[in-house]
Design a protein around this ligand. Structure first.
Ligand code: APR
Length: 181
Protein backbone atom coordinates (compact mmCIF):
# COMPACT_ATOMS: atom_id res chain seq x y z
CA UNK A 1 0.00 0.00 0.00
CA UNK A 2 1.18 3.55 -0.68
CA UNK A 3 -0.05 6.63 1.21
CA UNK A 4 -3.64 6.07 0.12
CA UNK A 5 -4.19 3.17 2.52
CA UNK A 6 -5.82 1.28 -0.39
CA UNK A 7 -4.43 -2.14 -1.39
CA UNK A 8 -3.32 -2.37 -5.00
CA UNK A 9 -5.74 -5.26 -5.61
CA UNK A 10 -8.64 -3.05 -4.54
CA UNK A 11 -7.34 0.01 -6.36
CA UNK A 12 -7.29 -1.92 -9.63
CA UNK A 13 -11.08 -2.23 -9.30
CA UNK A 14 -11.56 1.55 -9.01
CA UNK A 15 -11.64 3.99 -11.94
CA UNK A 16 -11.90 7.75 -12.31
CA UNK A 17 -13.44 9.28 -15.44
CA UNK A 18 -14.41 12.81 -16.41
CA UNK A 19 -17.68 13.55 -18.13
CA UNK A 20 -21.41 13.02 -18.21
CA UNK A 21 -22.51 9.99 -16.18
CA UNK A 22 -25.62 9.54 -18.38
CA UNK A 23 -23.35 8.39 -21.23
CA UNK A 24 -21.60 5.61 -19.33
CA UNK A 25 -22.18 2.04 -20.53
CA UNK A 26 -22.20 0.37 -17.11
CA UNK A 27 -24.59 -1.93 -15.24
CA UNK A 28 -25.72 0.93 -13.00
CA UNK A 29 -25.21 4.65 -12.67
CA UNK A 30 -25.94 6.24 -9.32
CA UNK A 31 -28.24 9.24 -9.17
CA UNK A 32 -27.79 11.99 -6.57
CA UNK A 33 -31.51 12.33 -6.00
CA UNK A 34 -33.73 14.07 -3.48
CA UNK A 35 -36.02 12.26 -1.08
CA UNK A 36 -39.04 12.52 -3.41
CA UNK A 37 -37.21 10.59 -6.17
CA UNK A 38 -39.26 12.68 -8.60
CA UNK A 39 -36.36 14.41 -10.33
CA UNK A 40 -34.64 17.75 -9.94
CA UNK A 41 -31.67 19.63 -11.31
CA UNK A 42 -28.01 18.69 -11.52
CA UNK A 43 -27.16 15.09 -12.22
CA UNK A 44 -30.72 14.09 -11.21
CA UNK A 45 -32.12 16.26 -13.99
CA UNK A 46 -29.56 15.00 -16.50
CA UNK A 47 -30.35 11.35 -15.72
CA UNK A 48 -34.10 11.84 -15.99
CA UNK A 49 -33.73 13.75 -19.28
CA UNK A 50 -31.54 11.03 -20.76
CA UNK A 51 -33.58 8.13 -19.37
CA UNK A 52 -36.91 9.42 -20.63
CA UNK A 53 -40.34 9.56 -18.98
CA UNK A 54 -40.34 5.87 -18.09
CA UNK A 55 -37.82 6.49 -15.32
CA UNK A 56 -40.04 9.05 -13.59
CA UNK A 57 -43.02 6.72 -13.93
CA UNK A 58 -41.04 3.93 -12.25
CA UNK A 59 -39.77 6.30 -9.55
CA UNK A 60 -43.33 7.36 -8.74
CA UNK A 61 -44.01 3.78 -7.64
CA UNK A 62 -41.15 3.82 -5.11
CA UNK A 63 -42.71 6.24 -2.62
CA UNK A 64 -39.57 8.29 -2.03
CA UNK A 65 -36.28 7.50 -0.27
CA UNK A 66 -34.87 8.71 3.06
CA UNK A 67 -31.47 10.40 3.19
CA UNK A 68 -28.66 7.84 3.28
CA UNK A 69 -30.72 5.09 1.64
CA UNK A 70 -30.88 3.92 -1.98
CA UNK A 71 -33.41 2.49 -4.44
CA UNK A 72 -32.82 0.69 -7.76
CA UNK A 73 -34.73 1.09 -11.02
CA UNK A 74 -34.27 0.18 -14.65
CA UNK A 75 -32.09 2.32 -16.89
CA UNK A 76 -34.86 2.92 -19.42
CA UNK A 77 -33.39 4.88 -22.38
CA UNK A 78 -29.95 5.21 -20.77
CA UNK A 79 -26.96 3.10 -21.85
CA UNK A 80 -26.79 1.96 -18.22
CA UNK A 81 -28.97 -1.03 -17.40
CA UNK A 82 -30.01 0.33 -14.02
CA UNK A 83 -30.15 3.56 -12.02
CA UNK A 84 -29.49 3.43 -8.30
CA UNK A 85 -31.05 6.50 -6.71
CA UNK A 86 -29.56 7.64 -3.43
CA UNK A 87 -30.28 10.71 -1.34
CA UNK A 88 -27.24 12.45 0.06
CA UNK A 89 -27.17 14.76 3.09
CA UNK A 90 -27.69 18.49 2.72
CA UNK A 91 -24.38 19.42 4.27
CA UNK A 92 -25.49 22.48 6.26
CA UNK A 93 -28.37 20.57 7.86
CA UNK A 94 -26.12 18.20 9.82
CA UNK A 95 -23.12 18.22 12.11
CA UNK A 96 -20.10 17.22 10.00
CA UNK A 97 -19.80 13.79 11.63
CA UNK A 98 -23.47 13.03 10.90
CA UNK A 99 -23.20 14.32 7.35
CA UNK A 100 -20.22 12.00 6.81
CA UNK A 101 -22.17 9.04 8.24
CA UNK A 102 -25.10 9.72 5.91
CA UNK A 103 -22.90 10.23 2.87
CA UNK A 104 -21.02 7.01 3.57
CA UNK A 105 -24.35 5.23 3.86
CA UNK A 106 -25.30 6.46 0.37
CA UNK A 107 -22.23 4.74 -1.08
CA UNK A 108 -22.56 1.55 0.97
CA UNK A 109 -26.32 1.17 0.33
CA UNK A 110 -25.81 1.76 -3.40
CA UNK A 111 -23.05 -0.87 -3.48
CA UNK A 112 -25.24 -3.28 -1.52
CA UNK A 113 -28.09 -2.93 -4.02
CA UNK A 114 -25.65 -3.44 -6.88
CA UNK A 115 -24.28 -6.61 -5.26
CA UNK A 116 -27.82 -7.92 -4.57
CA UNK A 117 -28.68 -7.36 -8.23
CA UNK A 118 -25.50 -9.16 -9.32
CA UNK A 119 -24.14 -6.08 -11.06
CA UNK A 120 -20.50 -6.01 -12.20
CA UNK A 121 -19.99 -2.30 -12.90
CA UNK A 122 -21.30 0.82 -11.18
CA UNK A 123 -20.56 4.53 -11.61
CA UNK A 124 -21.00 7.23 -8.97
CA UNK A 125 -21.27 11.00 -9.35
CA UNK A 126 -20.05 13.18 -6.49
CA UNK A 127 -23.08 12.66 -4.27
CA UNK A 128 -24.10 15.80 -2.32
CA UNK A 129 -21.23 17.90 -3.72
CA UNK A 130 -23.41 20.17 -5.85
CA UNK A 131 -26.68 21.72 -4.66
CA UNK A 132 -26.24 19.97 -1.29
CA UNK A 133 -22.90 21.76 -0.80
CA UNK A 134 -20.90 18.91 0.67
CA UNK A 135 -17.24 20.04 0.52
CA UNK A 136 -15.65 18.10 -2.34
CA UNK A 137 -12.42 17.12 -0.63
CA UNK A 138 -14.23 15.69 2.38
CA UNK A 139 -16.84 14.00 0.19
CA UNK A 140 -14.11 12.43 -1.92
CA UNK A 141 -12.46 10.97 1.19
CA UNK A 142 -15.77 9.48 2.37
CA UNK A 143 -16.52 8.04 -1.08
CA UNK A 144 -13.06 6.58 -1.57
CA UNK A 145 -12.90 4.91 1.84
CA UNK A 146 -16.44 3.54 1.62
CA UNK A 147 -15.81 2.06 -1.84
CA UNK A 148 -12.38 0.70 -0.93
CA UNK A 149 -13.69 -1.02 2.19
CA UNK A 150 -16.61 -2.50 0.24
CA UNK A 151 -14.43 -3.81 -2.57
CA UNK A 152 -11.96 -5.34 -0.09
CA UNK A 153 -14.80 -7.44 1.33
CA UNK A 154 -17.02 -8.17 -1.70
CA UNK A 155 -16.61 -9.59 -5.21
CA UNK A 156 -19.47 -7.48 -6.61
CA UNK A 157 -19.57 -4.92 -8.00
CA UNK A 158 -16.32 -5.83 -9.74
CA UNK A 159 -15.48 -2.27 -10.80
CA UNK A 160 -16.45 1.05 -9.21
CA UNK A 161 -16.12 4.17 -11.37
CA UNK A 162 -16.13 7.70 -10.02
CA UNK A 163 -17.56 9.90 -12.77
CA UNK A 164 -16.36 13.45 -12.19
CA UNK A 165 -17.96 16.43 -13.85
CA UNK A 166 -14.81 18.52 -13.93
CA UNK A 167 -11.08 18.08 -14.44
CA UNK A 168 -10.49 19.40 -10.93
CA UNK A 169 -12.87 16.84 -9.40
CA UNK A 170 -11.18 14.04 -11.33
CA UNK A 171 -7.75 15.20 -10.13
CA UNK A 172 -9.05 15.15 -6.56
CA UNK A 173 -10.21 11.53 -6.89
CA UNK A 174 -7.07 10.38 -8.69
CA UNK A 175 -4.92 11.90 -5.95
CA UNK A 176 -7.03 10.34 -3.16
CA UNK A 177 -7.02 6.91 -4.84
CA UNK A 178 -3.39 7.07 -5.94
CA UNK A 179 -4.43 6.57 -9.58
CA UNK A 180 -2.02 7.95 -12.15
CA UNK A 181 -3.54 7.88 -15.65
N1 APR B 1 -22.62 13.68 -14.84
C1 APR B 1 -21.80 13.53 -13.77
N2 APR B 1 -21.78 14.37 -12.72
C2 APR B 1 -22.64 15.42 -12.76
C3 APR B 1 -23.53 15.64 -13.84
C4 APR B 1 -23.49 14.72 -14.92
N3 APR B 1 -24.29 14.84 -15.99
N4 APR B 1 -24.25 16.78 -13.58
C5 APR B 1 -23.82 17.24 -12.40
N5 APR B 1 -22.85 16.44 -11.90
C6 APR B 1 -22.10 16.54 -10.64
C7 APR B 1 -22.02 17.92 -10.02
O1 APR B 1 -20.95 18.67 -10.60
C8 APR B 1 -21.72 17.54 -8.57
O2 APR B 1 -20.31 17.33 -8.40
O3 APR B 1 -22.81 15.77 -9.68
C9 APR B 1 -22.45 16.21 -8.38
C10 APR B 1 -23.71 16.29 -7.53
O4 APR B 1 -24.34 17.54 -7.73
P1 APR B 1 -25.96 17.67 -7.76
O5 APR B 1 -26.47 17.06 -8.99
O6 APR B 1 -26.27 19.10 -7.47
O7 APR B 1 -26.44 16.73 -6.55
P2 APR B 1 -26.45 16.99 -4.97
O8 APR B 1 -25.42 17.97 -4.55
O9 APR B 1 -26.42 15.61 -4.39
O10 APR B 1 -27.87 17.65 -4.73
C11 APR B 1 -29.00 16.86 -4.92
O11 APR B 1 -29.95 18.44 -6.41
O12 APR B 1 -30.57 18.02 -8.56
C12 APR B 1 -31.04 18.12 -7.29
O13 APR B 1 -32.90 16.61 -7.22
C13 APR B 1 -31.58 16.81 -6.77
O14 APR B 1 -32.53 17.86 -4.86
C14 APR B 1 -31.47 17.04 -5.30
C15 APR B 1 -30.16 17.80 -5.16
Amino acid sequence: MDGTGIDLIVRERMKVVEGDITRLDVDAIVNAANSSLLGGGGVDGAIHRAAGPGLLAECRSLGGCPTGEARITGGHELPARHVIHTVGPIYDQHLPVEAARLLRSCYVESLRLAEEAGLETIAFPGISTGVYHYPKTEACAVAASAAAEWLAAHHLPRVVTFCCFSVADAALYRARLGIVD
